[in-house]
Design a protein. Structure first.
Length: 398
């Protein structure tokens, strides 16, 4: 004998006595708890494994940057495996050629710089002595003694800091195991990720919550546009500036123009940092090397011209304002990532900054649509569904 069927309660009817009614915000609270726990676990794993993550993060970055090239080759009727093989081999050949051309010159200039460091230190101390002699009649003896001790100690501390920095780089950043791992593991990781990139994206799309599928796809598409535009555009800016600074300083007669130019161009990935570091380094070396202030002015002019070209032509044309990454936000992300996770954090800083920036813009857009901003209260208990950032078809995946 079957039990009598009970009719479902009418919509809006009160629940029977003794029945627990879950609050309306319980699903949202559970979702927030889940994502916060997942974020904490991911950050803890990155922090604990930061010493071994470098080749994998570097391989992921290479695969992300080279994926459009493989997609273009696939349109020319090549299989994904053949396209990945061709792109990876071409990328490795370009890297090897650049290293073979630049590394010997860089090593030679660094060795010369280390060899001439005592001469430069003596020249700096001589300039300090001349400066103190000029101020001798204008300052009291106690002030002159303190100034002499401070400037002399500053020069000694600068040389000591540079020595410690080079020692730390040699012992830590370019340790044999890490260097071999970076050279061997990174191309392998990049190859497999590049070959399976579309499959990985499809699998990630399949596990997205169906209720918010279009919203998440739209956000992911915006993150991809922001990240790709910034990395490819800013990377090209860095390459152009490195070549310009290296060639310009070498033609100006600066002894270590190649090294200084490459350092300044590489640091140009951090807005304004590359040009300032290069300017101070080159002008400092020029003051020691040249006797004429005209030569020093020529060296400084190289950086002023480079900064003008970057600000008025390169960055607007190659990066643009549409990427949505403010220079201050990029600098904070790079410094915070480096402080927390080392070089791995520096590599992850820009993607994380892009994700956070897109998330903040989405949150602000939702706030502007809510009753908290408009002041228009909806029906009691009613909850507005999140608006999609951009409509996408069923086959248009993040």
């Amino acid at each position: 004998m079957t039990a009598p069927r009970e009719d479902p309660p009418l919509r809006g009817a009160s629940a029977p006595a003794g029945t627990a009614v879950s609050p309306a915000g319980a699903p949202i609270a559970r979702s927030l708890r889940f994502w916060l726990i997942l974020l904490v676990v991911v950050l803890a794993c990155v922090y604990l494994l930061r010493s071994v993550l470098l080749p994998f993060v570097a391989g992921m970055a290479v695969a992300y940057l080279l994926d459009p090239v493989c997609d273009r080759l696939e349109k020319w009727k090549l299989s994904r495996t053949w396209a990945t093989t061709i792109v990876t081999i071409a990328f490795l050949l370009v890297c090897v050629i650049i290293l073979l051309i630049l590394v010997p010159a860089i090593i030679s200039q660094i060795a010369t710089l280390i060899e001439r460091a005592p001469v430069y230190l003596s020249a700096i101390q001589r300039e300090i002595g001349e400066l103190i002699a000029m101020l001798k009649d204008r300052l009291p003896p106690e002030t002159l003694n303190r100034l002499r001790e401070a400037l002399g100690g500053s020069a000694d501390r600068l040389v000591s800091w540079l020595t410690q920095l080079l020692g730390g780089v040699i012992s830590g950043g370019v340790a044999f195991f890490n260097f071999i791992a970076l050279l061997v593991i990174t191309p392998v990781v990049a190859f497999y990720l590049l070959r399976d990139w579309d499959r990985i994206v499809d699998q990630a799309d399949d596990v997205l919550p169906r209720r918010h599928l279009q919203t998440i796809r739209g956000l992911a598409r915006e993150v991809d546009q922001t990240l790709a535009g910034f990395l490819r555009g800013q990377g090209l800016v860095c390459v152009i500036l490195a070549v310009f600074y290296a060639v310009g300083l070498t033609l100006a007669g600066l002894d270590f123009g190649l090294v200084v130019g490459l350092i300044a161009g590489s640091l140009s990935f951090i807005p304004y940092v590359g040009s300032l570091v290069g300017l101070f380094l080159s002008v400092g070396l020029a003051l020691v090397q040249f006797d004429s202030f005209v030569d020093v002015a020529i060296v400084a002019a190289v950086f002023f011209i480079g900064q003008a070209v970057e600000g008025n032509f390169l960055t607007p044309k190659l990066v643009g304002e549409k990427v949505g990454l403010h220079p201050v936000w990029v600098m904070f992300a790079l410094l915070a990532g480096g402080a927390l996770f080392g070089f791995v954090g520096v590599l992850l800083a820009v993607p994380v900054a892009a994700i956070v920036g897109v998330g903040v813009r989405f949150a602000v857009a939702q706030y502007r649509l809510s009753h908290l901003y408009t002041g228009e209260d909806g029906p009691p208990g009613a909850e507005q569904p999140p608006a999609d950032v951009q409509e996408a078809g069923p086959d248009d995946k993040a």
